[in-house]
Design a protein around this ligand. Structure first.
Ligand code: RRO
Length: 293
């Protein structure tokens, strides 16, 4: 299917549909139900240097047309990831992109250095947009100077590995951050991470999450994501990966029309394990113009 094949910063993919970080774990649970070889790429849950337990529960709340999460970067740490997870992902003929997060610029750089030695890893997604941690995360991606510093250091440490900066929507003008990331050496951008939100329990008068706030995802955020992907892709000259509430081939195609070269499917994975595969098929029909639009 020549129309579906694509390439992002040298990462060759069978199709432009990737699975989004944090919605697909490290692939094991999904591999029991779907053929991971059919995916464009797999982006892992964010990895930090040290293992993290994440935030106190409850950490998920359903909202109209979406959900809030306050996971707080739960992950096994880089050693746990390399020892327990990466070898499983290496079995598939699908590019593996590791999402990395840190509390300091040095932490990002160290992770990039370690992962650049792993032949299974085809790219890094730099998470400068997690809304659920006190240190690091989104605070880097809300500031163009810090964005540039993180990306520049990762660029040096990752050697020839492609790097994708994952941007936060929680800013006034996302194009300012996009430009800073690209000027500092990002090969591609992915957007958007979740939108800072809140849900209140009217019985207790308190937040329905263990932390006060969380990140909103799902169809509720699609129009915002689409607008931001349009703005970014009309500002910078690197490939943009569209993320935000994609649940159908039509949604994916809208992101492509907005300027994205590829897309990531996130929250839809929690609704239907086959969502990414269905989206690939439906998108193929749009790209081959079998359908109107
Ligand atoms: O783990 C999380 O709480 C989390 C992360 Br790292 C992120 O990038 N985005 C999000 O909504 N949640």
């Amino acid at each position: 299917m020549p129309k579906l094949e694509t390439e992002i910063a040298g990462i060759k993919m069978k199709n432009p549909v990737m699975v989004a970080s944090g919605t697909f774990g490290f692939g094991k649970e999904y591999a029991e139900y779907i053929d991971l070889n059919k995916l464009g790429a797999i982006v892992t849950k964010s990895i930090t240097l040290k293992p993290r337990e994440g935030n106190p529960p409850p950490r998920l709340v359903e909202t109209p047309a979406g959900m809030l999460n306050s996971i707080g970067l739960e992950n096994p740490g880089i050693e746990g990831f390399l020892a327990e997870e990466l070898h499983f992902l290496a079995k598939f003929d699908t590019p593996i992109i590791v999402n990395i997060a840190g509390e300091s610029i040095e932490e990002y750089a160290e992770l990039a250095k370690i992962l650049s030695r792993e032949p299974t890893v085809k790219g890094l997604e730099i998470n400068i947009s997690c809304p659920n941690v006190k240190k690091g995360g989104m605070s880097f991606g809300m500031d163009p100077k810090l964005t540039a510093e993180v990306i520049a250091q990762v660029r040096k440490s990752a050697l020839s590995l492609p790097i994708i900066a994952k941007l936060t929507p929680n800013v006034t003008d996302i194009t300012v951050i996009a430009k800073a990331a690209v000027e500092a050496g990002a090969d591609a951008l992915s957007a958007i991470n979740t939108i800072l939100g809140m849900a209140i329990d009217i019985e207790t008068g308190k937040s329905r999450l263990g932390t006060l706030t969380g990140g909103l995802s799902g169809p509720a955020i699609k129009p915002i994501a689409l607008r931001m992907v349009y703005e970014i892709s009309h500002t910078v000259n690197v490939p943009v990966i569209g993320i935000g509430g994609i649940v159908s081939g039509q949604d994916a195609y809208e992101f492509i029309l907005a300027g994205a070269k590829a897309v990531q499917v996130g929250t839809a994975n929690f609704i239907d394990v086959e969502a990414p595969l269905k989206i690939i098929k439906e998108l193929e029909a749009y790209l081959n113009k079998d359908l109107p639009g």
